[in-house]
Design a protein around this ligand. Sequence first.
Ligand SMILES: Cc1cc2nc3c(=O)[nH]c(=O)nc-3n(C[C@H](O)[C@H](O)[C@H](O)COP(=O)(O)OP(=O)(O)OC[C@H]3O[C@@H](n4cnc5c(N)ncnc54)[C@H](O)[C@@H]3O)c2cc1C
Length: 323
Amino acid sequence: MDQDSLSKEDVYDVIIIGGGPAGLTAGMYTARARLSTVLIEKLGIGGQASITDRIENYPGFVEGISGPELVHTMEEQARSFGMRIVFGEVTTIKCSEESIIKKVFVNGEPEPYQCLSLVLAAGHEQRKLGVPGEKDYTGKGVSYCATCDGAFFRDLPIAVVGGGDVALEEALFLTRFAKKIYVIHRRDRLRGTKILQERAFNNNKIEFIFDSIVDEIFGQMLVDGVKVRNLKTGERKDLEVNGVFVFVGWIPGLSFLGSIIERSEDGYIVVDKEMETSREGVFACGDCRKKNLRQIVTACGDGATAAFSAQHYVERMKGEEYV
Ligand SMILES: Cc1cc2nc3c(=O)[nH]c(=O)nc-3n(C[C@H](O)[C@H](O)[C@H](O)COP(=O)(O)OP(=O)(O)OC[C@H]3O[C@@H](n4cnc5c(N)ncnc54)[C@H](O)[C@@H]3O)c2cc1C
């Protein structure tokens, strides 16, 4: 993937922050509408979808499609219309009432990229367990990505912590490698979609430990086990596992936004039905916005709407400038 070299003197029509499905779709739409479009991504293109082994519920693929393949195609499609990509982490944005130009600072550099409209598509981050050992053993047995790390646990026992869709999908994926998988969930029933629950219950490599939490992850050089506590009975036990995969929810990682845009109590960006935020000319889409269903198909839908709104905003601003 080439880094596009871009001038910081120019004022781009649209800057998109985040290169997951929402940002790529927004970029495809605005670039196709002939707006100068720059997408800024801090890691690799594709966001969460790029670490998803198989996607079965994105329309158009009867057999499902691999996450990396889907997002690679989205990137190619957006680039084919002229969207350009800068790799770097957005550290601050500045918008003021006095100017229609928004400033986007990358990697803490003093010179910002500038744009008329801004599309926030920064997704969200996985919540940590926050227990002793988690930080020390991250990369040494503790993981947040089965696709990335599953193969390291061939024929070994592991634990998956969580009970939602992602935890179940990842546990099922990990059955390809691991000898045994304990799914540790704090409630007495799963939250995941029924079809995933059925598959998980029918898989003899998976054993559920309900009503329980992990109190500690322990080991020497690498993870040797977890201390598990039953919340109903108070019973404690050590479980011998070599890997711990954590899927216990999400938090919006939007520190670069500061307080310039209205957010929900839990930190997600509040938008209207056209994906406009509390600040004119700034739009948000995908998992970073307040909503109920966070999936690829909804991220893409949001991205298209945000792009359409950004397009109208830019055309209006340019029209006003020229009268
Ligand atoms: C393991 C797993 C399995 C899943 N399975 C499915 C599935 O089967 N079907 C389905 O529909 N959905 C699935 N999902 C959910 C789906 O992947 C997300 O809903 C979707 O990717 C959201 O897209 P997004 O573009 O809003 O955010 P993301 O995909 O999170 O992309 C956001 C991007 O923004 C970038 N970014 C963040 N902050 C900055 C910054 N400051 N500067 C620059 N870049 C930044 C991030 O690096 C990231 O690339 C799964 C998710 C996971 C984790």
